[in-house]
Design a protein around this ligand. Sequence first.
Ligand code: IPM
Ligand code: MN
Length: 345
Amino acid sequence: SRSISLAVIPGDGIGPEVVAQGLKVLSAVLPQDVKLETEEYDLGAKRWHATGETLPDAEMERIRQHDAILLGAIGDPSVPSGTLERGLLLKLRFAFDHFVNLRPSKLFPNTTSPLAGDPDIDFVVVREGTEGPYVGNGGSIRKGTPQEVANEVSVNTAFGVERVVRDAFARAQARPRKKLTLVHKNNVLVYAGHLWKDTFDRVGQEFPEVSTDYLHVDAATIFLVTDPARFDVIVTDNLFGDIITDLAAAVSGGIGLAASGNINPSRAFPSMFEPVHGSAPDIAGTGKADPTATVLSAALLLRHLGYEAEAERVDAAVTADLAERSGAVRTTDEIGDALAVRVAS
Ligand code: IPM
Ligand code: MN
């Protein structure tokens, strides 16, 4: 019989609350004969305070053995900025070679988008996940003096750019509109910008059915607000992708609905699925957190592992749940329960 072995990293703040709902919905949607085996990893702010550890190698090795990772949120104001981001979250993304950071944006019914009413927002950002300024290639000299110079190098390799561009073309090819937009800034970042553009043009020849477009990142932010329906698939680098996907979340229902997958399509490593939002320590424990982004991330997880029908049921349950949301405020748990009931029926 089939089984899914899942590493669960609830993390900090609202992470554990939303992850509990994601697991609830996963258990409810999977057929009886699929065994869901979960192992929880105690990582994040509490662990760091207690032991000084972010992600020891031995644990990393154990996590590697799973089919996929479900992560809640990492980060707490009591931990110096960057410690957990680099020592845990980015460490996982880099070590497991998650070069496709997949972030769909879809306007669901009854959402609080400033652009609500536009039915056509349905695009996906393929954000590069292992290169760019995120690699930690930098340093500063004369630190702390008025002559300080700080360099933060954006690393872009032909190999890294080509594999993510190819993945984005394949995703565009599989969608009805078959349109791919490259977002970069090649009027200023000439070295990386031209590597991206040349690669995009060359790989594009293998996908004649996909129509292509190029936008500088500043112009892309305008269109994401004024005409988001023009986008189908967007491919971009790690940092531009980070920024525009927060904007994309804001215009398509809010950060409470934004899901993401950190994917290694080869399945050589476990891919990791997480809501785009952070740990929101201000509302942790109040039951106010919307678990929908985590539930939608669980749908991406199902799709990645080949459970397409189940993924579709989760997406449909979220759409129906949002369509029927009344003014009544529900807790994190109540939303999770409602979604679990919907996917089971
Ligand atoms: C995200 C986050 C992370 C990123 C941080 C927490 C390292 O903002 O997942 O978008 O910049 O990738
Ligand atoms: Mn971000």
